[in-house]
Write a protein that binds this ligand. Structure first.
Ligand SMILES: *[C@@H]1O[C@H](CO)[C@@H](O)[C@H](O)[C@H]1NC(C)=O
Ligand SMILES: *[C@@H]1O[C@H](CO)[C@@H](O)[C@H](O)[C@H]1NC(C)=O
Ligand SMILES: *[C@@H]1O[C@H](CO)[C@@H](O)[C@H](O)[C@H]1NC(C)=O
Ligand SMILES: *[C@@H]1O[C@H](CO)[C@@H](O)[C@H](O)[C@H]1NC(C)=O
Ligand SMILES: *[C@@H]1O[C@H](CO)[C@@H](O)[C@H](O)[C@H]1NC(C)=O
Ligand SMILES: *[C@@H]1O[C@H](CO)[C@@H](O)[C@H](O)[C@H]1NC(C)=O
Ligand SMILES: *[C@@H]1O[C@H](CO)[C@@H](O)[C@H](O)[C@H]1NC(C)=O
Ligand SMILES: *[C@@H]1O[C@H](CO)[C@@H](O)[C@H](O)[C@H]1NC(C)=O
Ligand SMILES: *[C@@H]1O[C@H](CO)[C@@H](O)[C@H](O)[C@H]1NC(C)=O
Length: 801
């Protein structure tokens, strides 16, 4: 009898138990084996079995029904042997299946050798002479070769394939590699890998170079002391550095507590799923990558050269140039109708796709315009497309020239990003030979140029510090400036713009004339690597309503962040009566409010890693030359938060802007929504949240606001210093409802920032049934205490913490 199982959606034979005679005693295999034992891949492909309370682990041969090729593997199944529920969690020979009658030999020398039927060695543990005493399939599903002292000489846990079992570690240097496809029966290694690096946990797609599509950064620790690793344990995927103590873990990703057996698998489509046995059936309990990625953000959701729009609709970029690989399965991607030819550049042109985000953006060129970007792609044979994006100045954008096009994701109108896909015109050309000659000439010239540039780049790189290596392959890394460059740019840090919560800010200008703001952070040296990791993460975030991080620098114990300079300073200079430079009109305030909302919505919902700002206040909203509002200092709370395991003790928001749940429950992005509500109220009323220049009962704007709701006198609090605001007072009151919605004490009742954007743009209405009690007793206590102790300068309210 053979037990068949659905494995990779096709019939697979698990060669198990019982010789042909049904009356024979069922052969009960052992969980351990002695040296000099040989197993043959015949009707019983069984090697070892270990039963535990929650699962049964089997070690043996597994193969397809009509195709005589087998893997030596470990499978996990319910204790009751439910045939269709055998799942392979480890395999020795994924790339080299063996045939019938292949042998597995635990030799007298202590080596486990897999030989195909023709005698060729397919796989071995290479442990001969290492005093192996026997083999054990443990309770955890780990195949172990142990010695006389019972210590591990070799174990399958050290050679993971695409799964992790509870208790298993994945060390830096090891990787999980996905199998090929759910619908493809051949069991080859696939496109994706999961690895632990100095910076955290990353998933890559195979390409040249491999590109990150999922990243979880881990901060802290001195990495020179030991390898980093993750361990899959009951309840979490935990990050460790060197130590094996659970209490020493640096970070973790929650996983539902196991009520039965679990395993984690890097799926053929790039998802990282955790399965659990529920009523003898394997059920997905969580998907770790999809916390950060939507379905369109996986490299091959729609296959190659294909566009993924919401609801996972796949389409080809241009029907004249691309066709679906399979008309009935649009998710298999698109192929070029006429392949690109390097020697006929003259016949190449671009088709354009607007509002696109690639799953990983690596700026190959910066500060260029669209034409330069496109031309560079035409000049480069391997270039498949030119992706150009900019925030406000179209002649100073970023250019990305990928050599492979994976699934492209349509973005909202948040970015000025255009993708130019290179295509080959089919029409033949008479001047082909001339072109070949001239293009060879220009190609040679190009090579010389590239060679020269690379020489310069390498030279500079060599001079930089060791950590430079750190950034190889990381998408969107901002520029690293030398300390000398910054000293010159800021005229020896002479023009101080202000003192923020994280350190001083200086004005400067770069050689190309662009103005910068340099933020100087003190005392981060011991966390240098984490600083770099965080900078990389912040630097890869680009949005028109976020202040762009252009670069960074480290020098002795100081770290510097280099931002675009915002000529109109921070919002607090514009909205408070008394210190405002010029009174803003209603239309302008509306635009600023929408800008802030869009910036926050992007941080919360469209970034690869959700970012909670934690310190939204007018001092952190900057205005550029045209009064476009941009959120600044995002990601810094994370950067400064060295003790990552205890968010609450290390992050202090600014009194007045802090959501009431701050001291009690978990921090979600809704704390930013609350702070946004306060800022909104300040903009509408033209005053600070605390203002002791007014009557005592009006010190706290929220009390005033609540009272006005109760009395129906909201018109009274519209900014009185602006005639334009008074003229639009009904609209302003309408906007106060948005503020009320954002200021709900129960954070679950606050809207998401994208809903706020929709409301502001008129595409959605405000939820009715709001709670107009805004004054939480706790809020009152904490915030008012603070104001009584300090003079009421805005710089103090936002002062150093
Ligand atoms: C291994 O050998 C020992 C004696 O040396 C014997 O007791 C034991 O049953 C053997 N185990 C297996 C699985 O054959
Ligand atoms: C496997 O070996 C058995 C006996 O040793 C033989 O009868 C059978 O034909 C072999 N099968 C294959 C596919 O070589
Ligand atoms: C297993 O290995 C031993 C040497 O350790 C060898 O003598 C024996 O013939 C091998 N068995 C098979 C079936 O290859
Ligand atoms: C095999 O592993 C189990 C734990 O899974 C352990 O209890 C047992 O002692 C091990 N046996 C040998 C022979 O090492
Ligand atoms: C399965 O994948 C292999 C390797 O990628 C490929 O050669 C084969 O054509 C695929 N088979 C099917 C049925 O898609
Ligand atoms: C996981 O932990 C929970 C809570 O500590 C416990 O109830 C459960 O039995 C554990 N699961 C396994 C498979 O050990
Ligand atoms: C846009 O960028 C270009 C190139 O960096 C620069 O010359 C130009 O002055 C910029 N324009 C504006 C409006 O900032
Ligand atoms: C795109 O750029 C233009 C300036 O060229 C700017 O007015 C517009 O706001 C930008 N749009 C977005 C969504 O960034
Ligand atoms: C890490 O530890 C080593 C010694 O264990 C020390 O030399 C090095 O300076 C430390 N690095 C940092 C960044 O603290």
């Amino acid at each position: 009898m053979r037990i068949s199982t659905f494995f990779f959606a096709t019939f697979i034979i698990l060669r198990l138990c019982c010789r042909h005679s049904p009356t024979a005693q069922p052969f009960e295999p052992y969980p351990t084996a002695n040296l000099s034992t040989t197993w043959t891949n015949d009707d019983s492909g069984l090697v070892l079995i270990r039963k535990t309370k929650v699962a049964r682990f089997t070690c043996g041969f597994i193969g397809e029904e009509n195709y005589p090729s087998y893997l030596f593997a470990i499978f996990i199944s319910p204790p009751s042997e439910f045939p269709s529920q055998y799942k392979v969690v480890w395999a020795a020979n994924r790339n080299h299946p063996v045939k019938n009658n292949a042998t597995l030999n635990l030799t007298a020398a202590g080596e486990l050798v897999l030989k195909d039927v023709d005698g060729s060695i397919v796989w071995t543990t290479n442990t001969a002479g290492k005093s192996v005493a026997g083999m054990n399939l443990t309770d955890a599903g780990n195949l172990v070769l142990f010695d006389d002292q019972n210590s591990v000489v070799w174990q399958s846990f050290d050679h993971p394939t695409d799964c992790l079992l509870p208790g298993q570690n994945l060390f830096q240097g090891q990787k999980l590699k996905s199998s090929v496809s759910l619908t493809n029966s051949s069991v080859h290694e696939g496109m994706y890998s999961l690895q632990v690096t100095d910076r955290g946990l990353f998933a890559y797609v195979e390409s040249n170079p491999p590109r990150v599509y999922y990243g979880r950064l881990v901060r802290g620790g001195n990495t020179s002391k030991g390898r980093r690793y993750i361990r899959f344990i009951n309840g979490s995927l935990s990050f460790f550095i060197h130590s094996f103590e659970l209490s020493d873990r640096y970070d973790w990703i929650d996983i539902p507590l196991a009520s039965s057996a679990q395993y984690m698998k890097l799926m053929p489509d790039g998802y990282l799923k955790v399965f659990e046995l529920k009523h003898e059936v394997w059920t997905v309990v969580t998907d770790l990558t999809s916390d950060f990625l939507d379905d369109c953000s996986y490299p091959l959701t729609c296959g190659r050269n294909s566009i993924c729009s919401t609801n996972q609709q796949c389409s080809c970029p241009g029907i004249e140039y691309f066709r679906p690989v399979n008309n009935r399965q649009p998710n298999l991607g698109c192929s070029e109708i006429t392949p690109l030819k390097c020697n006929s550049i003259k016949d190449q042109e671009f088709i354009v796709v607007k509002n696109i985000t690639p799953f990983a953006f690596t700026a190959d060129m910066e500060g260029v315009n669209m034409e330069t970007c496109k031309q560079e792609c035409l000049n480069k044979c391997s270039c498949k497309a030119a992706l150009f994006q900019y925030s406000s100045n179209a002649s100073s954008g970023e250019c990305f020239l990928p050599s492979e096009l994976f699934t492209m994701k349509t973005a909202g109108a948040y970015q000025n990003a255009s993708l130019f896909i290179k295509v080959q015109n089919a029409k033949s050309h008479n001047f082909a030979t001339i072109i070949v000659a001239s293009s060879i000439a220009s190609f040679v010239l190009l090579l010389v140029t590239i060679g020269f540039i690379m020489y310069i780049v390498n030279k500079r790189k060599g001079e930089a510090e060791m950590e430079e290596e750190y950034f190889d392959q990381v998408p969107g890394m901002p520029t690293r400036f030398s300390y000398e460059e910054l000293k010159i740019a800021t005229e020896n840090f002479s023009k101080k713009l202000g003192e923020g919560g994280f350190g001083s800010v200086f004005e400067g200008s770069l050689e190309d004339g662009s103005k910068i703001a340099v933020k100087c952070l003190e005392g981060l040296s011991h966390a240098k690597k984490s600083f770099l990791a965080e900078v990389q993460s912040i630097g890869s975030i680009h949005h028109v309503n976020l202040v762009r991080l252009r670069g960074f620098s480290t020098w002795k114990s100081q770290s510097f962040l280099v931002y675009d300079f915002m000529s109109n300073g921070s919002l607090d200079r514009w909205i408070y009566h008394g210190i405002r430079e010029q009174i803003l009109e209603w239309e302008c305030r509306k635009k600023i409010i929408l800008d802030i909302a869009k910036g926050l919505a992007y941080l919360h919902e469209d970034c690869r890693q959700k970012i909670i700002h934690l310190d939204i206040k007018p001092q952190n909203i900057l205005l550029d030359n045209d009064l476009n509002a941009k959120v600044s200092d995002f990601g810094l709370s994370k950067l400064m938060d060295k003790n990552q395991t205890d968010v609450m003790t290390t992050i202090k928001g600014t009194p007045g802007y802090i959501a009431p749940e701050w001291w009690s429950s978990t921090i979600t992005e809704k704390v930013d929504v609350y702070s946004f509500g306060i800022v909104l109220l300040e903009i509408l009323c033209g005053r600070k949240i605390f203002d002791r220049s007014v009557r005592e009962e009006s010190w706290h704007l929220l009390f005033v606001f609540q009272k006005c709701w109760e009395d129906g006198t909201l018109l009274d609090i519209v900014d009185r210093h602006s005639e334009d605001m008074q003229a639009h007072n009904t609209e302003v009151v309408e906007m106060m409802k948005v503020a009320s919605w954002c200021l709900q004490i129960d954070y679950t009742r606050r809207p998401s920032m994208s809903s706020v954007v929709k409301v502001l743009e008129g595409g959605m209405s405000i939820e009715s049934n709001l709670d107009y009690n805004f004054t939480d007793p706790r809020l009152q206590r904490n915030s008012c205490q603070e104001t009584e102790l300090t003079p009421l300068l805005p710089s103090v309210l936002s002062g150093p913490r």
